[in-house]
Design a protein around this ligand. Structure first.
Ligand code: GLC
Length: 483
């Protein structure tokens, strides 16, 4: 099968969150299973400034062409790299992408309108014979509409099949319908007939939900939530229209990248046999770096985007209650208000609390390896990756039972030691979170029981194998092809 993934980001070149991990590691697994996979993302400043200059990859300039956005004629250059058997294509236009950061600019709609048009032109120019275009989130959402309408003749009516994966329903790519014509050269009939209309605006994501052959989201429980209107951001009615083409497939983790047996970034590598000893060594190493003195206390860790979605404010509220009984290390960056509150708490409780703002891969690995408990009390979480990485490193996740967290963590309830691999709670309140934190603090004294749970966590299968097979099943169903 020949699959083209289109997304706003992908490892190892551009990342703002879990989406980049998933696009890359799913593609890698599909290649392993004998498929041809290409990924297209924008050529961001960081890729041009750092990745290209470090010569870690052989970038090849494959083509250039103009992209017509009604009265604008924009340049497009395309770079290509083969990495891990995947062909990466980078859409280069400095006006749109040569900036610090990936998204969050006032002209995001124009930038990604350009990106969608450029991807379509690329498919035509290289005459790619694709079976499935798999688009991720809103940033690629208008491609099916373009290929099924204006570009239909240009690709000789050979329209590929489309799959949409929704990673985050909160972002929908909404815009004034005027820009259907002004950016996409499309008639406003697609607004009037409802194809792109969503709550009186036009939306990339709505268009993709309406026009893709299959829609997936990143866990079965989040699929249920989206249908029932829980954390669906108004999408439930649209998704219900496509209910029979909608499925939840849980993400896996990249087991090569996150493997405590071979992780060069941590002080002591380990397996489930020596996890207790290694945790202590890794913990001492990490705490020393932050100037925290007492390694005998349990360690709670957080590695996350610091946004409202991740329940960070609950963690900040909990800190005064936990500090003193435990140490806490927070790594992440995001909303300014959360960062400044975290900084303030770090200063108030300096003996037990340390913070690091920004993303630092090495430090993230060290935190997973060192912490006893991993905090993830998300408000909503379509899948979540941190909890699965934590499992791999024998860190027991403390999660709220939402989205994929419910599918991937079995909470300890005092009676299910044989299968429990974390702690769970339902209520999105400070008291809700303090409950499992207290259970975790209590359990710390019972090393045998804790060790059983750590082993359960480390032995859990979070590989991509089964999920990639399910995606292949989806591709087969819509193409009618077997390989
Ligand atoms: C988004 C979701 C997260 C999911 C990730 C990858 O970031 O918020 O829950 O794990 O996408 O699918």
């Amino acid at each position: 099968m020949n699959i083209l993934m289109v997304a706003g980001e992908s490892n190892p070149f551009a990342k703002s969150g879990g989406l980049a991990d998933v696009v890359y590691s799913l593609s890698k697994e599909l290649v392993k299973k004998g498929n041809k996979v290409s990924i297209v993302i924008p050529c961001y400043k960081k890729i041009k400034e750092q990745v290209m200059k470090e010569h870690m990859f052989d970038f090849e300039m494959v083509t250039t062409f103009p992209v017509c956005m009604s009265w604008r004629i924009q340049y497009c250059g395309v770079f290509k790299v083969n990495h891990d058997g995947i062909d990466y294509y980078f859409i280069d236009n400095e006006q749109y992408f040569y900036r610090d950061g990936l998204y969050g600019f006032d002209d995001d709609i124009e930038r990604f309108a350009y990106f969608n048009l450029a991807v379509v032109e690329l498919v035509l120019k290289l005459q790619m014979k694709i079976d499935v275009i798999h688009i991720h989130d809103w940033q690629a959402g208008m491609i099916p509409l373009l290929l099924k309408t204006d570009y239909r003749a240009a690709i000789n009516y050979y329209v590929p099949h489309f799959v949409l994966t929704i990673h985050n329903p909160a972002f929908q790519g909404r815009f004034d319908p005027y820009f259907l014509g002004d950016y996409f050269n499309l008639s406003d009939v697609y607004y009037r007939d409802g194809t792109v209309r969503f709550e009186n605006s036009a939306s990339f994501l709505k268009a993709a939900i309406m026009l893709c052959d299959k829609i997936t989201t990143v866990s079965p429980n989040h699929a249920r939530e989206l249908l029932e209107g829980e954390h669906a951001y108004g999408l439930q009615n649209v998704i219900r229209l496509r209910e029979y083409d909608f499925v939840g497939i849980v993400n896996g983790v990249d087991e090569e990248e996150f493997d405590p047996r071979h992780d060069d970034q941590i002080a002591m590598k380990f397996t489930s046999k020596n996890v207790l000893e290694a945790k202590m060594v890794n913990k001492r190493d990490l705490l020393k770096k932050f100037g925290i003195k007492n390694p005998d206390l349990p360690l709670f860790g957080l590695v996350s985007r610091l946004t409202f979605q991740k329940g960070v404010s609950l963690i900040l509220d909990a800190i005064p209650h936990i500090s003193g009984k435990a140490n806490i290390i927070l790594l992440g960056s995001g909303e300014a208000e959360l960062e400044s509150r975290a900084k303030f708490l770090g200063e108030c409780f300096a003996e037990n609390v340390a913070t690091y703002f920004g993303y630092n891969d090495e430090l993230a690995h060290k935190i997973y390896a060192a912490c006893d408990y991993f905090l993830m009390p998300s408000l909503f979480e379509p899948c979540g990756i941190g909890q699965m990485i934590a499992h791999r490193y024998g860190a027991l996740p403390i999660v709220r039972t939402t989205g994929g967290l419910k599918d991937t963590v079995i909470g300890f309830n005092g009676e299910n030691l044989k299968e429990a691999d974390g702690f769970t709670f339902d209520d999105y309140t400070l008291e809700g979170l303090l409950g499992p934190c207290q259970s975790a603090l209590d359990l710390y004294a019972y090393e045998d029981e804790r060790y059983v749970m750590m082993k359960n966590a480390m032995n859990k299968n979070h590989s991509w194998e089964a999920s990639a097979e399910m995606y292949l099943g989806v591709y087969r169903e819509i193409t009618g092809k077997n390989s």
